[in-house]
Design a protein around this ligand. Structure first.
Ligand SMILES: C[S@@+](CC[C@H](N)C(=O)[O-])C[C@H]1O[C@@H](n2cnc3c(N)ncnc32)[C@H](O)[C@@H]1O
Length: 201
């Protein structure tokens, strides 16, 4: 797993990281347009906050958490520039229970896929500690349909179902697209899964 410092260094560079495309991931825009990013929304590993701010713009009480202080500062600046209200904090999404948060909806845009097997277990436990029973987690990750080895670890549908096995219902997993900026990876999109996962009461 990558260290906190390396994530922060990534955001401190002049060129944004490949996932930091300066707009929400289109899959989350479609979810917001369907009214699904509503209430207390937590963007887990929010980066520079585009998906958090999307939820805020649709009326959610939105919170973004990320390890990277550079990313959080950028997210706070964007909120101010756009006149949007959202809470952004540096924090560890493997220990969300420490942050005193409650969420009705969790967004995960490219975070589950950064964790190794051991951290995945901790991550899912951490998500469960803040998501209300019946609440939904909308998660996009690189899929095992994406060829090559550039970018993060690929995730299979079976891995998603196994990770969210106990105390969760994986309601759907659909093929989606992860948009990327071309500058560092040399590609502008990747095959992804959108998993819609519900915490059981
Ligand atoms: C691939 S990026 C996705 C960022 C953002 N969700 C987006 O779509 O732009 C993964 C993010 O997870 C964050 N991250 C990784 N491990 C973390 C942890 N343990 N706690 C909080 N954030 C973490 C990184 O700093 C990075 O911003």
């Amino acid at each position: 797993m990558t260290t906190p410092g390396s994530w922060d260094e990534t955001y401190a560079r002049d060129t944004p990281p490949p996932w930091d495309i300066g707009r929400p991931q289109p899959v989350f825009t479609r979810l917001a347009e369907r009214g699904l990013l509503a209430g207390q929304v937590l963007d887990s590993g929010c980066g520079t906050g585009e998906n958090t701010l999307l939820a805020a713009a649709h009326g959610a009480t939105a919170t973004g958490i990320d390890l990277s202080a550079h990313a959080i500062a950028r997210a706070q600046a964007k909120a101010a520039e756009r006149g949007l209200t959202a809470r952004f904090e540096t924090g560890d999404v493997l220990r969300l229970g420490d942050l005193g948060l409650t969420a009705e909806v969790i967004i995960d845009s490219g975070v589950f896929h950064v964790f190794d097997d051991e951290a995945r277990v901790r991550y899912v436990t951490s998500l469960a500690s803040v998501l209300a029973p019946g609440g939904h987690c909308y998660l996009i990750c690189f899929s095992d349909r994406q060829p090559g080895e550039i970018g993060p670890r690929r995730v299979s549908q079976d891995e998603l179902r196994a990770a969210f096995g106990d105390g969760w219902s994986v309601d759907s997993i659909e093929a989606e697209t992860f948009e990327l900026s071309q500058a560092r990876l040399g590609i502008t999109s990747a095959q992804a899964w959108l998993a819609v996962i519900r915490r059981l009461g």
